[in-house]
Design a protein around this ligand. Structure first.
Ligand code: HEC
Ligand code: HEC
Ligand code: HEC
Ligand code: HEC
Ligand code: HEC
Length: 221
């Protein structure tokens, strides 16, 4: 009797586990919970804001950067430039608990403690400026952020992923490919060397569509 019961228990556990696996496997990936449920879709899609309006160092520095509390408050608290933060009142949307949290951080003079989604190990360096000015789209690496309720890591960020694009294996959109062909310093260096009569066949033999350097020291230093 106990044996039959325990078999029944095992069966129930297996069925539940299979159900959980199915449900989780079919669910959308979700990033970590943030101190304020900041909605990218509302800002990017409904209000047509550019990614670089908030991540404004992406084009000119290694880090894309996160917006300051001040930048958020500039919209959400009318007259924020002139008033004492202690007196700050949420302008819109009225009655929003999440936007109210934003005002509370401002009143306290605190930075919003956003939880990092992407985290390369310290020994690897990723410069946003090189990638954005060469003409790559944010979405190529970050996916459809404008649809994410909670931002999640879309690409593996493994070394093989970086290499695959640098060597030309990863397919880009036609527009990106055209910009990269025109702007990549690596492609220009190879072309200039070939023009000057240098033999570049060894460079190009394995990866004829290479678009960026794969020297270890470029990413590790
Ligand atoms: C109104 C400001 C704003 C706009 C516009 C905006 N973002 Fe963000 N973004 C944030 C804030 C705040 C965070 C941190 C909270 C979070 O992860 O949701 C963030 C987080 C991110 C992260 C994760 C950062 C990490 O921790 O690793 C990525 C990637 C990102 N945004 C990409 C984009 C892209 C791509 C666009 C355009 C499609 C965009 N963002 C538009 C404010 C903005
Ligand atoms: C070629 C791939 C690639 C492109 C293109 C790219 N990113 Fe990133 N992004 C990354 C990687 C890799 C990281 C993680 C960097 C780290 O942890 O040091 C990252 C991190 C971030 C972060 C976290 C904060 C930071 O500075 O590390 C934000 C925000 C972000 N990206 C936004 C953007 C936006 C906005 C664009 C377009 C303007 C963009 N990214 C274009 C690969 C890319
Ligand atoms: C350029 C103006 C602008 C900036 C800058 C801005 N927002 Fe918004 N935000 C809006 C608009 C517009 C809405 C939609 C309001 C509505 O639905 O009535 C919104 C909606 C929100 C909401 C959703 C409220 C709800 O309950 O639906 C939150 C939370 C929020 N913003 C937080 C932030 C944070 C945090 C920042 C800074 C990272 C920020 N906003 C920067 C314009 C802005
Ligand atoms: C979608 C394609 C793509 C991905 C993914 C990508 N890169 Fe790049 N990367 C490029 C291109 C194109 C350039 C510009 C090359 C040039 O101008 O010489 C570049 C340039 C660089 C540079 C500057 C090289 C130099 O010679 O100054 C570094 C460093 C770099 N990438 C590191 C990384 C790392 C680290 C990753 C992964 C975390 C990564 N990249 C992922 C396409 C990519
Ligand atoms: C285009 C950028 C890029 C280039 C070029 C590159 N790496 Fe990396 N490498 C990374 C990134 C990003 C990571 C961290 C992610 C990971 O571990 O996959 C990494 C991780 C590593 C690690 C740690 C692996 C681990 O499991 O912890 C070693 C070792 C390494 N690289 C060695 C090298 C050597 C040797 C070269 C030259 C042949 C090289 N890398 C060239 C981007 C690069």
């Amino acid at each position: 009797m106990t044996k039959r019961l325990s078999i029944a228990a095992v069966v129930v556990v297996l069925v539940l586990a299979a159900g959980a696996y199915f449900l989780l496997g079919g669910a959308e990936p979700r990033g970590p919970e943030q101190p304020i449920a900041f909605p990218h879709p509302v800002h990017v899609v409904d209000n047509q804001m550019e990614c670089t309006y908030c991540h404004y160092t992406a084009e000119r520095a290694p880090g894309a950067g996160l917006p300051s509390t001040q930048l958020c408050v500039g919209c959400h608290v009318p007259g924020s430039g002139a008033i004492d933060p202690a007196q700050a009142q949420l302008g819109f949307p009225e009655g929003s608990e999440e936007a109210e949290k934003l005002v509370e951080y401002w009143r306290q003079g605190e930075a919003i403690p956003w939880v990092r989604v992407h985290n390369l190990p310290k020994h690897a360096h990723f410069p946003h400026d090189s990638h954005v000015t060469v003409g790559l789209e944010c979405a190529t690496c970050h996916g459809p952020v404008e649809e994410m309720d909670r931002v999640y890591q879309f690409s593996s960020l493994r070394m093989g992923w970086c290499m695959d694009c640098h060597r030309g294996g990863m397919e880009l959109s036609e527009a990106e490919e055209a910009r990269v062909q025109e702007r990549s310093g690596y492609i220009r260096r190879i072309a200039a060397a070939a023009d000057a009569g240098v033999d570049v066949r060894a460079e190009q033999m394995n990866f004829p569509h290479q678009r960026a350097s794969v020297d270890c020291t470029v990413c590790h230093y």
